[in-house]
Structure formats: C-alpha cells, structure tokens
Design a protein around this ligand. Sequence first.
Ligand code: 2P0
Length: 326
Amino acid sequence: MSTSTATAHPNIALAKYWGKRDEELIIPATGSLSLTLDVFPTTTSVSLGHSDDDVVMLDGVALSGEESARVRTVLDRVRALSGRAEYAHVVSANTVPTAAGLASSAAAFAALATAAADAYGLEADDRMLSRIARRGSGSACRSVFPALARWNAGTDDLTSFAEPLDWSGPELAMIIGVVSTKRKAISSRAAMQRTVQSSPYFPAWVDSSARLLERMSDAVADGDVDTLGELTEQSALRMHASMFGAVPPIRYLSQASIALFDAVAELRADGLSAYATADAGPNVKILCRADDSAAIVEGLRSIGADAEYVVAHAGPGARIIEREGA
Ligand code: 2P0
C-alpha cells in the first residue's frame, strides 16, 4: 500500500466565478481572480492498494451520492491520465465548517488533485493539477496556487486553468467576518444553474465580468489595493444581483451580511481602506492592507458589527506534505 498526503488552503474570489458554460467539464462563463488564504487548510490522503472500490471519508464520515461522485470524477481523471486503474481510499479533513460559504470545496479538491496525482505517479505540473482540480469544483483550480491567481475561463478542458499572478503592492489581508456556520440552504452548484437558466441579469453579469476581470488584472499588476478593493466589492454585488433575479430568487446574504457591508462602507467614509465581498453564504470577507487589519476589526466592533473575525493573509498553494510506502 502507498499513501500520498497533500494540503491546500481555501481561496476567496475577488472577481467571482458564477455560472458555467459547460457543466460536465466545469468550464465557467466568466474568468475569475482570487486570493489563496493562510487559514482553514484541508488535508487529504490518497491510498492505493487495499480497496475494491473508491472509498471517501470526510471528517470521519463516508461520503455517498453527489459528493462522492465528484471525488470519483477527479480520481477517474487522474487514472485516465496516469494509465492506472486501482481504486483509492481517500481520507480528508477540513478545518473549516463544510459548505458554509467559506470555500471548503476549493481547498478540498485542490488537495485531492495534488494527492491523487502523486499517489498514481502522474507527473503533473501546476497547470495540469489546476485542470484536474477544476473537474471536482471550479474554484479549486485557483487553490493550487499561492496568493493571487487568475482562472482563465477558456473554452475547453485544455484551456480552462488558473495561473499565479505577481503582486508587488503592500501585503494584503482578508478579514473573515463569520456571521453563521450553518450549512447553506442551496448548493452553489445548483444556485449557479438556476441563475444561468432563469435570471434575466445573467447575460449582463457575464458581459460586465469580462471587463471587470481585465481592470482587476491591471490593478494587480500595478499593486493598486484601492482599485482592487473597489472592483472586488463590485464583482460580489453584481454576482449577488444576478442571483436575486433568478426564479425562484437566491439570496445568500442575510441581514447580518448587509450590516457588515454597511459597516465597511462607514469605515471607508472615515478614511480606512476596506472592501467587502461575500460568496455562496452569509459570511463577509473584507479585503484590506495587512497593516490596517487590526484597526479595521476594531472599527467594525466599535460600530457594533456583530461577527467573529478571523484575519487571514496570502497563503501557500497546494502541496504534498507526506508520502508513505512504495
Ligand atoms: C467563487 N463561488 O468564485 C464563487 C463565488 C461561490 C461564489 O466558486 O459547481 O464550489 O463546484 O464549480 O467552485 C463556489 O462554487 O462550484 C464558487 P462548482 P464551486 O469562488
């Protein structure tokens, strides 16, 4: 028996991915850009040589149905590319509440792709790992890389992958305002489908995202935190607006989320540089300069914005941390 263990961290999109052009290959309707964090890693081990079927354990519980099918999709891809057929025993441990809009699936599938490629002896460069991770969960293709990464939408399996971006601006922080750790009512996968199929705002989302991504990439190249932050907030609100237009409507933002967006705007009016974003859940993430993060948390608390705050910074890409057996 041989085991490969990998770790990966969640990423938060500054320019959001929302909606697919190809459901099976997970080709997105829009490109996106994200920051991989240094908190809440997922560790995943892939063992070969003692299973007569794929077995997937997440935090001690055997997965079945849709979740295990997604893991199998990634394993099948690695088996096809490596020319090997053995079943795998997968053990994964999250350090973040699963499915609460804190990007647990991004870290999970980036770690799985990395561990599986190593276990099956597939010589995969980061671009190939990004393409493999994408098949499990779109946003996972970005967590292969450290810090800032851009997922080029592409048009097929070969052209849809993330790549790292250089950053020469001041050190960034992402303050995570946790207002709820409940499991989300609708998965982001189902919510995206419904938005694509029924929201009259979806075409405008796709159209405006392409321009926003180019402007954001320029802001990254310039090390311009404030333009990056302004575009981050725009992208989040436009994404949520596209969901509001779905039938029936999808609303992940709660009153507490909106209160946090308001509090961030209030801090900005007071001269602090802070920008809010939110994903498929009510938790709000605040992009800022690392040097300002303590003042921003203190400011939010003094306004009475009620949340648990975790200050994250740019984190590492997915990597192998242990190998056992041959
Ligand atoms: C993102 N989200 O860019 C966006 C913003 C949530 C809101 O990617 O269907 O788990 O597996 O490709 O990647 C969450 O969706 O969806 C997500 P699938 P995924 O981070």
